[in-house]
Each structure stands twice: as structure tokens, then as C-alpha cells.
Design a protein around this ligand. Structure first.
Ligand code: SF4
Ligand code: SF4
Length: 260
């Protein structure tokens, strides 16, 4: 595929009931410049940003996480989760266009968010609490305005995940979901304002969290090797994972980090 552009929930239009794909089932889809609908879907979206989406985008744009959040994100409280959630702020023009779309496509294409990559699929993950095994189900979303379904290219789910480089996003999103599940395990219904702030800081504002993590004493609570701490300084992905685990520990008392 050359210079495609993927969408999320899309503009107003008929959406067929999402259908689970059977193992090995192929679907037809391609998104490319030249299609009449090209970029029309990159507008008026409720596009959630995961910690990993934010990490990729802020580096793509060469700005700090704080500047990214100020300029491009809106904070809401998840209706079901009760956690702070980030969404990409659409331009305040007539069509509420995505800030990254141009007539030529997505200007952050290589680092576009997971939901833009995954469309026309959606992913449901169920985890067995006893065995810890995950079960993934993929759904296909057909929207009537999307002409990509008329293209001849055929994909299995696996091929699509590889082509769109989605697996690392899924892996990081699953880690983030663990944090949400921890809250349920801890039996906590509502977070205090301070807990909300800590959650947002450690999950979304990585540069600020880094400043906090490297203030004297902060890391001393944990039994971390010198090599690991050195990696936290230079490897943002590792720091992001640490931030999520720190939130799990500090908010819900669960830890996968070694304590002193
Ligand atoms: S083919 Fe579908 S996903 Fe691609 S631009 Fe058109 S509407 Fe959007
Ligand atoms: S980030 Fe890119 S692919 Fe996603 S909605 Fe915006 S322009 Fe479209």
C-alpha cells in the first residue's frame, strides 16, 4: 500500500454492526490517495490517545509531552473507567478536521495513533484471571462512506497487524489496560483529585514524569538495578512502562516492581 490513511469511527454515516472475524478469515480493504473518500474520515472524531500514542506523536512533532497535551489533547473522565482519558483535539473549523490531516494525507503517518492504524478492524481482549491468558477477537467495521472496502487487496488479521505495525501498540495498550484492571481488583470506585493527577502525570505526561522520577529519593523506594535506572534515563519506552507500573503501585497497591 502506498501512502494510505486510516480512520477511526469516521464521519457521520451508516455503520454496519461490527462483525467478529473468524480465525483465518480474510477481508478486503485498501486505503489510498486517489480514492474519492481519501482523508474524508479524518474529521469529527472521538479519537482516544493511549500513553504510547502520545509518546510516538510528541516525538514525531519534536515537542515535549506537556506541549503536546496542551496543544493537541483534551482531557475527559472516562464514563465507564472513571480515569482521565485523553482525546485528540480536532481543529475548530467547520468540519472538525484532525490537526494532522492535509489533502495529501496524514502528516504524522508513521506515528499515527493505534485507532487510525487498526481501522477497519477493532480489537477486543479478554483475560482469564486464573490462567492469565489473553483471548483476542477482531471485529470488522464497515462504514458506508468508506470506499476502501471496494478495493481488491485481501488481508488476514495477522497480515493487517504486520502491515500496519500495530503489534507494539497492542502490547503497550494491554499494559495500560492492566492498570485499569488493577483499580477493579483493588475495589476502588472513584479516584481522588490527587490520584487523578498522578494517573495523568505518570501515564500521559512522560517528560514531566521523568523529572519527578529523577528527583532525589523517588526511585529509592524500589530495588532497581543501576542498569535499569540508567535505561530509564535514556529509554522513553521503558520509562513509560515504569510510569504505568508506578501508577499501579501508588494508586492501587499492586506492583510488578521490586520493592526495597
Ligand atoms: S478508504 Fe476509508 S479509511 Fe481510507 S480515506 Fe477513505 S474513508 Fe478513510
Ligand atoms: S492522525 Fe492521521 S490518520 Fe489519524 S485521523 Fe489524524 S490525519 Fe487521519
Amino acid at each position: 500500500m502506498t501512502e494510505p490513511n486510516k480512520v477511526i469511527n469516521g464521519e457521520a454515516g451508516e455503520l454496519e454492526e461490527p462483525r467478529p472475524l473468524m480465525p483465518g478469515e480474510k477481508f478486503r480493504f485498501a486505503c489510498r490517495k486517489g480514492l474519492r473518500c481519501f482523508t474524508h474520515c479524518c474529521r469529527d472524531l472521538n479519537l482516544f490517545l493511549s500513553p504510547y500514542d502520545i509518546l510516538r506523536l510528541k516525538n514525531r512533532l519534536g515537542i515535549s509531552s506537556g506541549d503536546f497535551l496542551r496543544k493537541y489533547a483534551s482531557t475527559n473522565i472516562g464514563i465507564v473507567s472513571g480515569f482521565p482519558v485523553m482525546t485528540l483535539r480536532m481543529n475548530k473549523d467547520q468540519e472538525w478536521t484532525c490537526p494532522f490531516v492535509t489533502p495529501d494525507g496524514c502528516t504524522v503517518y508513521a506515528d499515527r495513533p493505534a485507532s487510525c492504524r487498526t481501522y477497519p478492524l477493532g480489537r477486543l481482549v479478554e483475560k482469564n484471571r486464573d490462567t492469565n491468558r489473553k483471548k483476542e477477537t477482531y471485529f470488522i467495521f464497515r462504514e458506508d462512506h468508506c470506499l476502501g472496502f471496494e478495493e481488491p487487496d485481501e488481508w488476514s488479521v495477522e497480515e493487517w497487524l504486520d502491515d500496519q505495525e500495530i503489534k507494539i501498540y497492542n502490547e503497550m495498550n494491554d499494559l495500560f489496560m492492566e492498570l485499569i484492571v488493577s483499580r477493579d481488583r483493588a475495589g476502588i470506585k472513584n479516584l481522588t483529585d490527587e490520584q487523578m493527577r498522578n494517573f495523568a502525570l505518570s501515564c500521559y505526561n512522560l517528560d514531566k514524569f521523568k523529572d519527578m522520577a529523577f528527583t532525589p529519593g523517588f526511585l529509592e523506594e524500589f530495588d532497581l538495578s543501576v542498569e535499569y535506572v540508567t535505561r530509564l534515563r535514556s529509554d522513553e519506552l521503558e520509562l513509560m512502562k515504569f510510569g504505568i507500573r508506578w501508577a499501579q503501585f501508588t494508586l492501587f497497591g499492586e506492583t510488578t516492581l521490586p520493592l526495597k
